[in-house]
Design a protein around this ligand. Structure first.
Ligand code: SF4
Length: 495
């Protein structure tokens, strides 16, 4: 999972990576005569910085000055890819940006985004959060266009760029046949676009961006627009949340204002796992704040799985809000039992097997004095393979804990995700193979409790039928064929 961002507990063991996010997208448009003042490439950089937890493999920004699009992208974190001098060369009044974790196609430079495509009508730079599930069918529509990358996004970009009538018309024709999860932010030389799949699986929000201190025509303050995966990214660039991009909706923003069109009937199925783990705590999705949801889940977890104990501790940082809720509802004091090194990131030299066998202490270390002799409740957000939680239980016991009771603020993850989150395969998911009693024994915990699916859903305050819960209950809202599964399906396909 994202590393070094201070909130996450997965990935303590490099061979037990947690759920990998599928990307963050960001876009901004300001009036052309505000380009110099607004510095859209820097706004996009800050937006991506706020979304870094959604993808750390590569980052990129495309900027248009109205006449041409320039793309800069590279492998690495946002702060590694961009510096002041690079951002100063990206001049214009429209920008789109992306931070990537790959779900279709390898993590290579070619597959980094924004993807770019030019046609007779001009250029198109596109960013995508999600994962398409009919990529081969879409690729087959590309009769003559060569693909430079092997991602589903590359296929989509080619389809949108090579249609007559510009991206708005092309999207109206193409998006209804695209299946899967897609929150898209893209642009041509003069317009910023955003679109969201009819299920609205991944979040995408619209914000108004005041162009500060400048009175335009009629004495009004000029305004720009921003779109982002999460509301937190709007906050960080000073944009005010306006609304979500609706499932099945596409918008276009340019000098003529904001246009919206519906290309498909909405069938909302927002990702439940965004509330569990993926989104930032300071983000709000479908009107429900993520942190409040996580604390509420902790309270419900205490009611569903009470235990006699002396202290509730989180697995830092992702277990923290649910641990706060658990402590509050149970009356058991909350405390810190594990210290995390937040600076162990993707570029960190991973330990060899021999070093790993000496114990995983590179990212977490127990606070012996706080935990020795205590009966502990350890709260974490989810279990994927179980290796991390097993290591934590052993670490706490070795540090003198009298009892270790593990509480998980999501139901068992028993099914893979095909909509943009890279969990392990079903065979690798511990809950795909073992029941709760067997998982408890495998972790070496004194007790283990998962929140029920109904309780988790109630904490989101969103009706069950408007949420995707497939990784928990196996009910996939968009049917997935065998042939469309797999991260590397376009590799070696010749297109
Ligand atoms: S399967 Fe799970 S992670 Fe994937 S979209 Fe559905 S709820 Fe989210």
């Amino acid at each position: 999972m994202p590393q070094g961002d201070g909130r996450l507990s997965h990935d303590l063991d490099p061979f037990d990576r947690g759920p990998q996010d599928a990307c963050g997208v960001f876009g901004v448009w300001v009036p052309a005569d505000e380009a110099t003042r607004a510095e859209v490439s820097k706004l996009t950089y800050y937006g991506l910085y706020a979304l870094q937890h959604r993808g750390q493999e590569s980052a990129g920004i495309a900027v248009s000055d109205g006449a041409r699009i320039v793309v800069f992208k590279d492998m690495g974190l946002v702060a590694q890819v961009f510096d002041e001098s690079v951002l100063n060369t990206l001049r214009g009044h429209i920008a789109v940006g992306h931070c990537r974790y790959s779900t279709t196609g390898s993590p290579t430079w070619e597959n980094a985004q924004p993807t770019f495509r030019s046609s007779g009508a001009g250029g198109l730079a596109l960013t995508h959060n999600g994962n398409l599930i009919n990529t081969p069918e879409l690729a087959a529509r590309l009769e003559s266009a060569e693909l430079t990358g092997t991602s589903d996004t590359e296929v989509l970009t080619a389809l949108l760029a090579t249609r007559e009538g510009g991206p708005f018309a092309a999207a109206r024709e193409i998006l209804p046949v695209v299946r899967g999860a897609y929150s898209l932010v893209f642009m041509d030389e003069g317009t910023l676009y955003a679109a969201r799949d009819p299920e609205g699986i991944r979040p995408l929000v619209l914000g108004r961006l005041p162009v500060a201190g400048h009175a335009g025509h009629g004495g009004e303050i000029r305004q720009g627009w921003a779109v982002a995966s999460e509301t937190a990214a709007l906050d960080i660039v000073g944009a005010q949340f306006v609304r979500e991009i609706e499932p099945g909706e596409m918008i276009a923003v340019n000098e003529d204002g904001l246009r919206s069109q519906r290309f498909a009937e909405p069938r909302p199925k927002g990702c439940l796992f965004e509330y569990v783990y993926l989104a930032r705590p300071d983000t709000t999705i479908a009107g429900r704040n993520v942190q409040s949801t996580r604390v509420e889940v902790g309270r419900l977890l205490a009611r569903e799985h009470p235990v006699e104990a002396d202290m509730v501790i989180p697995t830092p940082e992702s277990g923290t809000p649910a641990a706060i809720g658990y402590a509050e509802a149970s009356g058991i004091p909350y405390g810190q039992g594990l210290v995390k090194n937040s600076y162990v990131g993707r570029t960190f030299i991973q330990p060899s097997q021999t070093i790993r066998q000496r114990g995983i202490r590179l990212k977490l270390n127990p606070l012996r004095e706080a935990i020795a002799g205590k009966r502990l409740v350890v709260v974490d957000d989810s279990i994927v393979r179980g290796n991390t939680q097993r290591a934590i239980v052993a670490m706490l016991r070795e540090a003198g804990a009298a009892e270790v009771h593990v509480r998980i603020s999501s139901p068992p993850v028993a099914w893979p995700c095909f909509y943009g989150i890279d969990f392990a395969t079903r065979a690798e998911l511990i809950a795909g193979n073992l029941n709760v009693a067997e998982i408890r024994a495998s972790l070496g915990a004194d007790s283990l409790g998962f929140i029920s699916l109904d309780a988790l859903i109630s904490a989101t305050r969103i009706p069950k039928d408007r949420l995707c819960r497939a990784c928990f209950d196996g009910e996939y809202p968009i049917p997935v064929d065998e042939g469309s599964r797999g991260k590397f399906l376009l590799e070696g396909a010749g297109k």
